[in-house]
Design a protein around this ligand. Structure first.
Ligand code: UT7
Length: 315
């Protein structure tokens, strides 16, 4: 498949580290050196479905396609206010899409997982154009009295339109199932029959262990994927790495022995927007004119599951 359009949308409210220090024992001195985050965009009166629809409209505009020309719509999302219908159906209704649509919950690597599902449909000859959106509101998952998690996240949506082509050179998906490292639970409606204990638990994360998993998974998969598609690091123009923590990106950079200039970052003013992170970064870089024809982009993302994924895309 081939990428022909990107779009993104972010909430208008910007929350700086200084604003967090008004109600939490934290601030620039801890957050910047530990994560690289200076501010993040946080949902106030927006809905994640409106952000998702906005990002999709921009991507469709750039691709020059009408909603009825999309054959398949994939939405990557961890949480939103609706349990049913799916977020993809809600966004599809806003866009006037008429094609099948599905949601996937693959946490932070969701955009790359969606790319793999799209590519499979292209290879099966079932589609001409596929729309992907990653729409996330992780700021609604954390306990805002817990400084170890709430400072890390930001909300937003990123979208991409793919058509037939051979620009996607390869993808690797990886799962190391372990629900103890990043998890959150919510209660469902009570019934007269439920006897087990249930509770609402905000996002929990064993930061150091996830950090190690992220660096290990990313570097191993990037190297293996490049080998698989017959490329070397010197062929790579840019690494589009999940924006979870600047120190994770720095560690990956160091391990791969690649220069700063190959790692665009937007974590400073976005924080970690889960699966929307790679998609928003892609759109920002694209609209800034960073990529030229023939550039090799390597995507890498990791997160809850534990899941991780990497992809190689020629521009
Ligand atoms: O997108 C999903 C994938 N997620 C990730 O990739 C996240 C991976 N993990 C990380 O990015 C890092 O582990 C964190 C940024 C979450 C934490 O950084 P760390 O260097 O591992 O810090 P730490 O957990 O060792 O925290 C050390 C201290 C603790 O204090 P004590 O117990 O050592 O006295 C925390 O209470 O820092 C304290 N702390 C804070 N202090 C000020 C934790 N959060 C804060 C805070 N402000 N916001």
């Amino acid at each position: 498949m081939k990428l022909i359009g990107t779009g993104s949308a972010i909430p208008s409210k910007v929350v700086t580290n200084a604003m967090l220090s008004e109600f939490l024992d934290t601030g620039d001195e801890w957050i910047i050196p530990r994560t690289g985050i200076e501010s993040r965009h946080v949902i106030t009166n927006e809905t994640v479905e409106d952000l998702g629809a906005d990002a999709c409209r921009k991507a469709l505009d750039m691709a020059g396609l009408r909603p009825e020309e999309i054959d398949f719509f994939i939405c990557s999302n961890v949480v939103n206010e609706y349990i049913t219908p799916s977020l993809s159906c809600i966004i599809a209704e806003k866009l006037g899409l008429t094609c099948p649509c599905i949601d996937i919950n693959c946490a932070c690597p969701g955009f790359i997982y969606a790319m793999e599902i799209a590519e499979t449909h292209f290879l099966a000859g079932k589609v001409r154009n596929v729309l992907i959106v990653s729409a996330e509101e992780p700021t609604r998952m954390t306990d805002w009295a817990d400084r170890s998690t709430c400072v890390l996240f930001g909300d937003g949506a990123g979208a991409a339109v793919f058509t037939k082509g051979d620009n996607l050179k390869g993808i690797r998906l990886n799962a190391r199932p372990d629900s103890s490292k990043i998890w959150q639970k919510r209660t469902l409606m009570p019934t007269p029959y439920v006897t087990k204990e249930e509770s609402d638990v905000p996002l929990q994360m064993r930061g150091k262990e996830v950090f190690k998993f992220a660096v290990g998974a990313s570097t191993t998969e990037v190297e293996a994927l490049l080998k698989e598609v017959g490329l070397t690091k010197s062929d790579v123009s840019y690494y589009m790495v999940h924006q979870a923590n600047l120190r994770i990106i720095d560690a990956i950079k160091k391990y791969l022995d690649e220069p700063d200039s190959k790692f665009p970052v937007n974590i400073r003013d976005h924080g970690n927007s889960s699966s929307a992170s790679c998609a928003i970064l892609l759109d920002e870089c694209n609209r800034a004119g960073l990529f030229k024809s023939g550039d090799i982009l390597v995507f890498s993302a990791f997160g809850a599951g534990l899941l991780s994924a990497a992809a190689v895309l020629e521009w």
